[in-house]
Design a protein around this ligand. Structure first.
Ligand SMILES: Nc1ncnc2c1ncn2[C@@H]1O[C@H](COP(=O)(O)OP(=O)(O)OP(=O)(O)O)[C@@H](O)[C@H]1O
Ligand SMILES: [Mg+2]
Length: 239
C-alpha cells in the first residue's frame, strides 16, 4: 500500500535528512515510525503526502508514484493528522471540517452527517460538534483532527504524534479506536506504550537511516538498541 524506494531528502543542500530509505507497508498493516527528535519521522510523512518531494528515489501509494499528477488522486486514499493539527482545520467549526470530505466524496448531507455523528459519538466528542475550531483547546483540536480523518474513511491512515497533547482518557479512546481500524496505518510517536498497543511492526529511524525494522515487541524490548538511538524502553517494559 505504501512503498519508499531508495528515498533521499534534504531541506538544505549538503544536509541530508533521509538517506536511501526503503520500506514497504502492506495493505492493512499497522506500522509505528519511531525515532528521536529530528530523526526524520515527520519528513517521511510529508514526503508521503507530497508536501515535500524526494531528492532521489520513489514513493508509491497503492502502486502509484506520488507526484504532481497523481497527488489529488492519492490524497483521497490517505487520511492524515499532522504533528501540528492547528494548521489542518480550514473550516470554522468542527462539524464543517468533518463533513467537508464526505460531501466532497458524493455522500448526501444526511449520509455524511450520520457518518460525522457516528464518529463523534465513538470518540466521545459529540459536544464539540458545533464548536469553533479556533475556540477549542489543543487536545480538543487534536481529537477533532482525528475525528475528521475517521469521517473520511480513507484507505490508509497516517498519524504524526496522535497522542501528543491528549489527556490519559482521550489517549486511551484514541488507542482503542486505532486498534479497531482495519485500514493500513502508519503512526509516529514518542509514546512507545501507545505504539505497543496499536502497531504490530516498528520502523526505527535514526540519523537519516532505518536502524531497525521488525516486530514491535522485539524492537521495543531491546534496551540497547533503543538507547543507542536516543530512546528509552516503553514504561511497560521499564523496571
Ligand atoms: N523546514 C525545514 N527546514 C530545514 N530543516 C528542517 C525543516 N523541517 C525539519 N528540518 C530538520 O530535518 C530533520 C528532521 O525533522 P523532522 O521534523 O522530520 O523530525 P522528527 O523525527 O519528526 O522529529 P520530532 O520527534 O521532533 O517530531 C531535523 O534535523 C530538522 O531540524
Ligand atoms: Mg515530527
Amino acid at each position: 500500500m505504501i512503498e519508499f524506494q531508495h528515498v533521499s531528502f534534504a531541506y538544505e543542500k549538503g544536509r541530508p535528512v533521509l538517506e536511501d530509505i526503503s520500506f514497504a507497508i502492506g495493505r492493512g498493516e499497522a506500522v509505528g515510525l519511531i525515532g528521536a527528535n529530528g530523526a526524520g519521522k515527520s519528513t517521511v510523512m510529508k514526503l508521503l503526502l507530497g508536501l515535500l518531494t524526494p531528492g532521489e528515489g520513489k514513493i508509491l501509494v497503492d502502486g502509484e508514484e506520488v507526484n504532481k499528477q497523481s497527488l489529488a488522486h492519492i490524497r483521497r486514499k490517505l487520511g492524515f493528522v499532522l504533528q501540528n493539527s492547528d494548521n489542518q482545520m480550514f473550516m470554522p467549526t468542527v462539524y464543517e471540517d468533518m463533513i467537508f470530505a464526505p460531501l466532497n466524496y458524493g455522500l448526501s448531507r444526511e449520509e455524511a452527517e450520520a457518518r460525522v455523528d457516528a464518529v463523534l459519538a465513538r470518540l466521545g466528542l459529540t459536544e464539540l460538534k458545533h464548536r469553533h475550531n479556533h475556540r477549542i483547546s489543543g487536545g480538543e483540536k487534536r481529537m477533532a483532527a482525528i475525528a475528521t480523518i475517521l469521517a473520511m474513511e480513507p484507505e490508509a491512515i497516517l498519524m504524526d504524534e496522535p497522542s501528543a497533547a491528549l489527556d490519559p482518557y482521550n489517549r486511551r479512546v484514541v488507542i482503542n479506536t486505532i486498534r479497531e481500524l482495519t485500514q493500513t496505518k502508519l503512526i509516529t510517536s514518542h509514546d512507545l506504550d501507545m505504539i505497543l498497543d496499536t502497531c504490530e511492526r516498528v520502523i526505527l529511524l535514526s540519523d537519516g537511516h532505518i536502524a531497525a525494522d521488525g516486530k514491535t515487541e522485539s524492537i521495543l524490548h531491546d534496551q540497547n538498541l533503543l538507547e543507542a538511538h536516543r530512546m528509552e524502553l516503553p514504561f511497560r517494559y521499564a523496571r
